[in-house]
Design a protein around this ligand. Structure first.
Ligand code: NI
Ligand code: MN
Length: 232
């Protein structure tokens, strides 16, 4: 079975196995890089890393529109519930693990502001079938990524490279090395001039410095994460 990664631009992506669709940081409205509109998205779960508009995005609308269940910290869920009071919510927090029918989600630390009073920014380890995906969220490089690599054994890492608000390409290359991942997808770049980056430069740097393969995915494009993981 395939685990299809689809990139919608910025830090918005979906994982799908033919049965379950997991949408992460659903920023469509106002996203200059988005290739589809929020109303055209269907999914079962929405994971929100923090409350900044470029991550929380259209989560409440999509939760209402396709009855998707939302996974986030309580402070982020409160914002979603104001607009989507009927939404099924899964509150969790950093360090915790949540079992869901498709596998499990663990919330990881991120060094970043949260966008909501009392909240923290996070990332996610997503265990989807037999593929383990680490999405760092918006974050600085932090040394515990080595522990995430050792303890949670991600096959893939989805890392911000845009700099200014998050890691830039050099720190993201170090992150790839510390995480010991075989596959990396860069996100959170080129949405606006302030986070302009050359993903090809990141690819060259990360592949030289870390034992990893960098997959540059254009907005609107997809790849098979499971197929790639099995082929190495
Ligand atoms: Ni942010
Ligand atoms: Mn962001």
């Amino acid at each position: 079975m395939m685990i299809k990664f689809t990139y919608y631009g910025h830090a918005c992506f979906q994982l799908a196995d033919g049965q379950t669709k997991i949408l992460v940081d659903p920023y469509f409205t106002g996203n200059p890089a988005a290739t589809v509109a929020a109303k055209d998205i269907s999914c079962n779960y929405i994971l929100v890393s923090h409350a900044h508009g470029d991550h929380l995005g259209d989560a409440p609308f999509i939760a209402k529109n396709c009855r998707a269940e939302i996974v986030a910290i309580p402070e982020v869920l409160s914002i979603c519930q104001q607009e989507a009071p009927q939404a099924v919510c899964h509150p969790m927090n950093v360090g915790g693990e949540l079992k869901l029918p498709f596998g499990k989600v663990r919330m990881t630390t991120a060094i970043h502001s949260s966008g909501v009073p009392g909240g923290v920014a996070g990332g996610f380890m997503i265990y989807f079938g037999d593929v383990a995906v680490y999405y760092a969220g918006d974050t600085a490089l932090f040394a515990d990524m080595q522990y995430i690599g050792e303890a949670y054994k991600p096959d893939w890492a989805i890392l911000p490279i845009g700099d200014n608000y998050t890691m830039g390409i050099e720190d993201a290359a170090t992150a790839a090395k510390w995480l010991k991942v075989k596959h990396v997808i860069p996100v959170h770049y080129n949405t606006w001039p302030i986070i302009a980056q050359d993903p090809q430069l990141f690819k060259e740097l990360a592949e030289r410095y870390a034992m990893t393969k960098v997959h540059i995915v254009a907005p609107g494009e997809s790849l098979d994460m499971r197929g790639e993981a099995l082929s190495v």
